[in-house]
Write a protein that binds this ligand. Structure first.
Ligand code: 3HC
Length: 309
Protein backbone atom coordinates (compact mmCIF):
# COMPACT_ATOMS: atom_id res chain seq x y z
CA UNK A 1 0.00 0.00 0.00
CA UNK A 2 1.41 3.40 -0.94
CA UNK A 3 2.04 6.17 1.61
CA UNK A 4 -1.23 7.83 0.58
CA UNK A 5 -3.78 4.96 0.77
CA UNK A 6 -6.19 6.60 -1.66
CA UNK A 7 -3.51 7.56 -4.23
CA UNK A 8 -4.17 4.45 -6.29
CA UNK A 9 -7.96 4.82 -5.97
CA UNK A 10 -7.86 8.51 -6.95
CA UNK A 11 -5.64 7.77 -9.95
CA UNK A 12 -7.93 5.01 -11.22
CA UNK A 13 -11.05 7.18 -10.84
CA UNK A 14 -9.34 10.15 -12.51
CA UNK A 15 -8.30 7.92 -15.42
CA UNK A 16 -11.88 6.60 -15.78
CA UNK A 17 -10.58 3.13 -14.85
CA UNK A 18 -12.22 0.32 -12.90
CA UNK A 19 -11.91 -0.34 -9.18
CA UNK A 20 -11.90 -4.07 -8.50
CA UNK A 21 -12.85 -5.92 -5.27
CA UNK A 22 -9.26 -6.34 -4.03
CA UNK A 23 -8.28 -2.70 -4.67
CA UNK A 24 -7.96 -0.23 -1.81
CA UNK A 25 -11.03 1.99 -1.71
CA UNK A 26 -12.42 4.62 0.67
CA UNK A 27 -14.82 3.02 3.18
CA UNK A 28 -17.53 5.50 2.11
CA UNK A 29 -17.14 4.35 -1.53
CA UNK A 30 -17.59 0.71 -0.46
CA UNK A 31 -20.57 1.54 1.79
CA UNK A 32 -22.18 3.74 -0.87
CA UNK A 33 -21.88 0.98 -3.45
CA UNK A 34 -23.36 -1.60 -1.07
CA UNK A 35 -26.30 0.76 -0.50
CA UNK A 36 -26.96 1.34 -4.21
CA UNK A 37 -26.28 -2.18 -5.51
CA UNK A 38 -28.36 -3.78 -2.71
CA UNK A 39 -31.23 -1.35 -3.41
CA UNK A 40 -30.96 -2.16 -7.10
CA UNK A 41 -31.01 -5.92 -6.41
CA UNK A 42 -33.96 -5.63 -3.99
CA UNK A 43 -35.80 -3.63 -6.68
CA UNK A 44 -35.35 -6.38 -9.26
CA UNK A 45 -36.71 -9.05 -6.90
CA UNK A 46 -39.64 -6.98 -5.59
CA UNK A 47 -40.31 -5.91 -9.19
CA UNK A 48 -41.24 -9.53 -9.97
CA UNK A 49 -44.45 -9.12 -7.92
CA UNK A 50 -46.40 -6.53 -9.95
CA UNK A 51 -45.40 -8.26 -13.20
CA UNK A 52 -45.86 -11.82 -11.91
CA UNK A 53 -49.39 -10.82 -10.91
CA UNK A 54 -50.49 -11.28 -14.54
CA UNK A 55 -48.69 -14.52 -15.50
CA UNK A 56 -51.76 -16.65 -14.68
CA UNK A 57 -54.06 -14.19 -16.46
CA UNK A 58 -52.10 -13.37 -19.63
CA UNK A 59 -54.46 -13.15 -22.64
CA UNK A 60 -52.60 -15.76 -24.74
CA UNK A 61 -50.01 -18.50 -24.45
CA UNK A 62 -47.50 -16.29 -26.32
CA UNK A 63 -48.00 -13.39 -23.88
CA UNK A 64 -47.76 -15.79 -20.93
CA UNK A 65 -44.47 -17.24 -22.21
CA UNK A 66 -42.99 -13.78 -22.79
CA UNK A 67 -44.07 -12.54 -19.35
CA UNK A 68 -42.68 -15.68 -17.68
CA UNK A 69 -39.33 -15.09 -19.40
CA UNK A 70 -39.29 -11.45 -18.31
CA UNK A 71 -40.06 -12.21 -14.65
CA UNK A 72 -37.38 -14.92 -14.66
CA UNK A 73 -34.94 -12.36 -16.12
CA UNK A 74 -35.70 -9.99 -13.21
CA UNK A 75 -34.81 -12.76 -10.74
CA UNK A 76 -31.54 -13.24 -12.63
CA UNK A 77 -30.84 -9.50 -12.50
CA UNK A 78 -31.33 -9.65 -8.75
CA UNK A 79 -28.86 -12.53 -8.48
CA UNK A 80 -26.19 -10.78 -10.61
CA UNK A 81 -26.55 -7.69 -8.41
CA UNK A 82 -26.49 -9.55 -5.06
CA UNK A 83 -23.33 -11.28 -6.34
CA UNK A 84 -21.83 -7.90 -7.24
CA UNK A 85 -22.72 -6.57 -3.77
CA UNK A 86 -21.05 -9.59 -2.13
CA UNK A 87 -17.72 -8.66 -3.74
CA UNK A 88 -17.80 -5.67 -1.35
CA UNK A 89 -17.70 -7.96 1.68
CA UNK A 90 -21.34 -8.29 2.67
CA UNK A 91 -23.39 -11.52 2.58
CA UNK A 92 -26.65 -11.60 0.58
CA UNK A 93 -28.50 -13.12 3.55
CA UNK A 94 -27.58 -9.95 5.47
CA UNK A 95 -28.94 -7.84 2.60
CA UNK A 96 -32.25 -9.76 2.69
CA UNK A 97 -32.37 -9.18 6.47
CA UNK A 98 -31.76 -5.44 6.06
CA UNK A 99 -34.50 -5.18 3.42
CA UNK A 100 -37.03 -7.07 5.55
CA UNK A 101 -36.06 -4.96 8.56
CA UNK A 102 -36.81 -1.82 6.53
CA UNK A 103 -33.17 -0.75 6.72
CA UNK A 104 -32.59 -0.95 2.96
CA UNK A 105 -34.82 0.29 0.16
CA UNK A 106 -36.16 -0.81 -3.19
CA UNK A 107 -37.41 1.29 -6.09
CA UNK A 108 -40.55 3.36 -5.43
CA UNK A 109 -42.03 2.30 -8.75
CA UNK A 110 -42.87 -1.22 -7.62
CA UNK A 111 -45.25 0.05 -4.95
CA UNK A 112 -47.93 0.79 -7.55
CA UNK A 113 -50.57 -1.81 -8.49
CA UNK A 114 -50.87 -3.54 -11.89
CA UNK A 115 -54.65 -3.24 -12.34
CA UNK A 116 -55.19 -4.45 -15.92
CA UNK A 117 -53.30 -6.39 -18.58
CA UNK A 118 -52.39 -3.06 -20.19
CA UNK A 119 -50.32 -2.33 -17.06
CA UNK A 120 -47.95 -5.12 -18.12
CA UNK A 121 -47.41 -3.15 -21.33
CA UNK A 122 -47.04 0.16 -19.52
CA UNK A 123 -44.56 -1.35 -17.02
CA UNK A 124 -42.48 -2.80 -19.87
CA UNK A 125 -42.58 0.35 -22.00
CA UNK A 126 -42.26 3.03 -19.27
CA UNK A 127 -40.65 1.36 -16.22
CA UNK A 128 -38.20 -0.82 -18.14
CA UNK A 129 -37.67 2.09 -20.54
CA UNK A 130 -36.76 4.31 -17.58
CA UNK A 131 -34.61 1.53 -16.16
CA UNK A 132 -32.65 1.35 -19.42
CA UNK A 133 -32.01 5.12 -19.42
CA UNK A 134 -30.81 4.82 -15.81
CA UNK A 135 -28.83 1.60 -16.24
CA UNK A 136 -26.93 2.15 -19.52
CA UNK A 137 -24.67 4.80 -17.93
CA UNK A 138 -24.09 2.39 -15.00
CA UNK A 139 -22.32 0.06 -17.48
CA UNK A 140 -19.51 2.65 -17.27
CA UNK A 141 -19.55 3.02 -13.47
CA UNK A 142 -16.16 2.92 -11.75
CA UNK A 143 -16.78 -0.30 -9.79
CA UNK A 144 -15.94 -3.27 -12.06
CA UNK A 145 -18.36 -5.94 -10.81
CA UNK A 146 -21.33 -3.52 -10.92
CA UNK A 147 -20.47 -2.21 -14.40
CA UNK A 148 -20.11 -5.76 -15.76
CA UNK A 149 -23.42 -6.89 -14.22
CA UNK A 150 -25.08 -3.88 -15.89
CA UNK A 151 -23.86 -4.82 -19.37
CA UNK A 152 -25.72 -8.13 -19.28
CA UNK A 153 -28.78 -6.64 -17.55
CA UNK A 154 -29.13 -3.87 -20.15
CA UNK A 155 -29.18 -6.41 -23.00
CA UNK A 156 -32.11 -8.23 -21.37
CA UNK A 157 -33.82 -4.96 -20.38
CA UNK A 158 -34.17 -3.92 -24.04
CA UNK A 159 -36.21 -7.09 -24.68
CA UNK A 160 -38.39 -6.13 -21.66
CA UNK A 161 -39.00 -2.63 -23.01
CA UNK A 162 -39.74 -3.94 -26.53
CA UNK A 163 -42.32 -6.48 -25.41
CA UNK A 164 -44.07 -3.81 -23.31
CA UNK A 165 -44.18 -1.41 -26.25
CA UNK A 166 -45.59 -4.20 -28.46
CA UNK A 167 -48.35 -5.02 -25.94
CA UNK A 168 -49.41 -1.35 -25.89
CA UNK A 169 -49.20 -1.09 -29.68
CA UNK A 170 -51.49 -4.13 -30.03
CA UNK A 171 -54.01 -2.63 -27.59
CA UNK A 172 -53.78 0.92 -28.93
CA UNK A 173 -54.52 -0.33 -32.46
CA UNK A 174 -57.22 -2.76 -31.25
CA UNK A 175 -60.83 -2.12 -30.22
CA UNK A 176 -61.80 1.21 -28.61
CA UNK A 177 -62.02 -0.58 -25.24
CA UNK A 178 -58.47 -1.94 -25.67
CA UNK A 179 -57.16 1.50 -26.60
CA UNK A 180 -58.91 3.02 -23.56
CA UNK A 181 -57.33 0.35 -21.34
CA UNK A 182 -53.86 1.17 -22.74
CA UNK A 183 -54.44 4.91 -22.24
CA UNK A 184 -55.62 4.35 -18.64
CA UNK A 185 -52.44 2.36 -17.86
CA UNK A 186 -50.20 5.06 -19.36
CA UNK A 187 -52.09 7.71 -17.36
CA UNK A 188 -51.33 5.84 -14.11
CA UNK A 189 -47.70 4.87 -14.81
CA UNK A 190 -46.30 8.04 -16.40
CA UNK A 191 -45.58 10.22 -13.35
CA UNK A 192 -44.38 7.35 -11.05
CA UNK A 193 -41.94 6.41 -13.86
CA UNK A 194 -40.58 9.98 -13.91
CA UNK A 195 -40.24 9.92 -10.11
CA UNK A 196 -38.29 6.62 -10.30
CA UNK A 197 -35.21 8.62 -11.41
CA UNK A 198 -35.03 10.04 -7.88
CA UNK A 199 -35.55 13.48 -6.32
CA UNK A 200 -34.58 16.64 -8.21
CA UNK A 201 -30.83 17.27 -8.30
CA UNK A 202 -31.31 20.03 -5.71
CA UNK A 203 -32.65 17.43 -3.22
CA UNK A 204 -30.32 14.57 -4.14
CA UNK A 205 -28.19 13.63 -1.13
CA UNK A 206 -25.80 11.28 -2.95
CA UNK A 207 -25.43 12.69 -6.47
CA UNK A 208 -22.42 14.97 -5.95
CA UNK A 209 -20.28 12.31 -4.27
CA UNK A 210 -21.60 9.52 -6.50
CA UNK A 211 -20.71 11.53 -9.61
CA UNK A 212 -17.27 12.45 -8.21
CA UNK A 213 -16.62 8.72 -7.80
CA UNK A 214 -18.00 8.08 -11.32
CA UNK A 215 -20.69 5.73 -10.02
CA UNK A 216 -23.51 8.01 -11.16
CA UNK A 217 -22.56 9.35 -14.57
CA UNK A 218 -25.55 11.66 -15.18
CA UNK A 219 -27.73 13.49 -12.68
CA UNK A 220 -31.28 12.41 -11.79
CA UNK A 221 -32.76 15.35 -13.71
CA UNK A 222 -30.58 14.81 -16.80
CA UNK A 223 -31.67 11.16 -17.04
CA UNK A 224 -35.30 12.10 -16.40
CA UNK A 225 -35.15 14.63 -19.26
CA UNK A 226 -33.53 12.04 -21.56
CA UNK A 227 -36.36 9.62 -20.75
CA UNK A 228 -39.06 12.24 -21.48
CA UNK A 229 -37.46 13.21 -24.80
CA UNK A 230 -37.26 9.56 -25.88
CA UNK A 231 -40.76 8.60 -24.71
CA UNK A 232 -42.72 11.51 -26.19
CA UNK A 233 -41.82 10.37 -29.71
CA UNK A 234 -42.74 6.74 -28.99
CA UNK A 235 -46.11 7.80 -27.50
CA UNK A 236 -46.86 9.51 -30.80
CA UNK A 237 -46.26 6.28 -32.73
CA UNK A 238 -48.47 4.39 -30.24
CA UNK A 239 -51.23 6.96 -30.65
CA UNK A 240 -51.40 7.28 -26.85
CA UNK A 241 -51.40 10.60 -25.00
CA UNK A 242 -48.93 11.22 -22.14
CA UNK A 243 -50.99 12.71 -19.27
CA UNK A 244 -49.11 16.02 -19.14
CA UNK A 245 -50.76 19.11 -20.73
CA UNK A 246 -47.50 20.94 -19.93
CA UNK A 247 -45.52 18.87 -22.46
CA UNK A 248 -44.15 21.13 -25.17
CA UNK A 249 -41.05 21.12 -27.38
CA UNK A 250 -38.58 23.82 -26.33
CA UNK A 251 -36.55 24.72 -29.44
CA UNK A 252 -34.09 26.78 -27.41
CA UNK A 253 -33.30 23.95 -24.98
CA UNK A 254 -33.60 21.24 -27.63
CA UNK A 255 -35.66 19.24 -25.14
CA UNK A 256 -39.31 18.72 -24.19
CA UNK A 257 -40.59 20.91 -21.34
CA UNK A 258 -42.68 18.77 -19.00
CA UNK A 259 -44.51 18.88 -15.67
CA UNK A 260 -42.45 17.48 -12.78
CA UNK A 261 -43.79 14.42 -10.92
CA UNK A 262 -45.10 14.92 -7.38
CA UNK A 263 -41.94 14.54 -5.26
CA UNK A 264 -43.96 14.62 -2.03
CA UNK A 265 -45.64 11.47 -3.33
CA UNK A 266 -42.20 9.98 -4.12
CA UNK A 267 -41.00 10.59 -0.56
CA UNK A 268 -44.28 9.24 0.85
CA UNK A 269 -43.84 6.05 -1.20
CA UNK A 270 -40.14 5.79 -0.25
CA UNK A 271 -41.13 6.16 3.42
CA UNK A 272 -43.38 3.10 3.04
CA UNK A 273 -46.82 4.69 2.61
CA UNK A 274 -47.36 3.98 -1.10
CA UNK A 275 -50.33 2.01 -2.49
CA UNK A 276 -48.65 -1.44 -2.27
CA UNK A 277 -45.67 -1.13 0.10
CA UNK A 278 -47.12 -3.35 2.83
CA UNK A 279 -48.28 -5.98 0.33
CA UNK A 280 -44.87 -6.11 -1.38
CA UNK A 281 -42.98 -6.44 1.91
CA UNK A 282 -45.43 -9.03 3.31
CA UNK A 283 -45.03 -11.07 0.13
CA UNK A 284 -41.22 -10.82 0.42
CA UNK A 285 -41.31 -11.82 4.12
CA UNK A 286 -43.56 -14.79 3.32
CA UNK A 287 -41.24 -15.92 0.51
CA UNK A 288 -38.31 -15.79 2.97
CA UNK A 289 -40.21 -17.71 5.66
CA UNK A 290 -41.63 -20.30 3.25
CA UNK A 291 -38.15 -20.86 1.81
CA UNK A 292 -36.56 -21.59 5.21
CA UNK A 293 -36.92 -25.38 4.82
CA UNK A 294 -35.05 -25.27 1.48
CA UNK A 295 -32.15 -23.38 3.08
CA UNK A 296 -32.07 -25.76 6.06
CA UNK A 297 -32.18 -28.83 3.79
CA UNK A 298 -29.35 -27.46 1.64
CA UNK A 299 -27.24 -26.75 4.76
CA UNK A 300 -27.93 -30.22 6.18
CA UNK A 301 -27.00 -31.81 2.86
CA UNK A 302 -23.79 -29.75 2.65
CA UNK A 303 -22.89 -30.79 6.24
CA UNK A 304 -23.50 -34.45 5.43
CA UNK A 305 -21.42 -34.16 2.24
CA UNK A 306 -18.56 -32.62 4.26
CA UNK A 307 -18.60 -35.48 6.77
CA UNK A 308 -18.72 -38.34 4.22
CA UNK A 309 -16.16 -36.95 1.71
N1 3HC B 1 -37.02 4.63 -5.02
C1 3HC B 1 -36.58 4.49 -3.74
N2 3HC B 1 -35.65 5.29 -3.18
C2 3HC B 1 -35.13 6.26 -3.94
C3 3HC B 1 -35.52 6.46 -5.28
C4 3HC B 1 -36.51 5.59 -5.82
N3 3HC B 1 -36.96 5.72 -7.06
N4 3HC B 1 -34.81 7.51 -5.79
C5 3HC B 1 -34.03 7.95 -4.78
N5 3HC B 1 -34.22 7.21 -3.68
C6 3HC B 1 -33.61 7.42 -2.36
C7 3HC B 1 -32.14 7.15 -2.38
O1 3HC B 1 -31.90 5.78 -2.10
C8 3HC B 1 -31.67 8.08 -1.26
O2 3HC B 1 -32.05 7.52 -0.02
P1 3HC B 1 -30.97 6.80 0.94
O3 3HC B 1 -29.86 7.76 1.15
O4 3HC B 1 -31.72 6.48 2.20
O5 3HC B 1 -30.54 5.57 0.19
C9 3HC B 1 -32.58 9.28 -1.41
O6 3HC B 1 -33.75 8.81 -2.06
C10 3HC B 1 -31.94 10.44 -2.15
O7 3HC B 1 -31.83 10.12 -3.51
P2 3HC B 1 -30.42 10.30 -4.27
O8 3HC B 1 -30.67 10.86 -5.63
O9 3HC B 1 -29.44 11.02 -3.39
O10 3HC B 1 -29.98 8.74 -4.34
P3 3HC B 1 -29.07 8.04 -5.44
O11 3HC B 1 -27.85 8.85 -5.76
O12 3HC B 1 -28.88 6.65 -4.96
O13 3HC B 1 -29.97 8.05 -6.79
C11 3HC B 1 -31.01 6.26 -8.06
C12 3HC B 1 -31.15 7.24 -6.87
C13 3HC B 1 -30.97 7.07 -9.34
C14 3HC B 1 -32.24 5.31 -8.06
C15 3HC B 1 -29.71 5.47 -7.89
O14 3HC B 1 -29.72 4.85 -6.62
C16 3HC B 1 -29.53 4.37 -8.94
O15 3HC B 1 -29.18 4.65 -10.08
N6 3HC B 1 -29.72 3.09 -8.51
C17 3HC B 1 -29.48 1.95 -9.39
C18 3HC B 1 -30.59 1.72 -10.38
C19 3HC B 1 -31.92 1.35 -9.75
O16 3HC B 1 -32.02 1.05 -8.59
N7 3HC B 1 -32.95 1.41 -10.63
C20 3HC B 1 -34.35 1.32 -10.29
C21 3HC B 1 -34.86 -0.03 -9.98
S1 3HC B 1 -34.28 -1.35 -10.96
C22 3HC B 1 -35.52 -1.63 -12.13
O17 3HC B 1 -36.15 -0.72 -12.53
C23 3HC B 1 -35.74 -3.04 -12.63
C24 3HC B 1 -36.20 -3.10 -14.04
O18 3HC B 1 -36.14 -4.46 -14.42
C25 3HC B 1 -37.62 -2.64 -14.17
Amino acid sequence: ASADPTAYFDAVIAADGKIEPRDEMPEAYRKGLIRQIAQHAHSEIIGMQPEGNWISRAPSLKRKAILLAKVQDEAGHGLYLYAAAETLGIDRAELYRLLLAGKQKYSSIFNYPTLTWADVGAVGWLVDGAAIVNQVPLCRCSYGPYARAMIRICKEESFHQRQGYEILYTLATGTPEQKAMAQDAVDRWWYPSLAMFGPPDTDSTHSAQSMAWKIKRFSNDDLRQKFVDMTVQQAGVLGLVLPDPGLSWNEERGHWDYTQPDYDELFTVIKGDGPCNRERMAHRQAAWDDGAWVREAAMAYAEKKKVTT
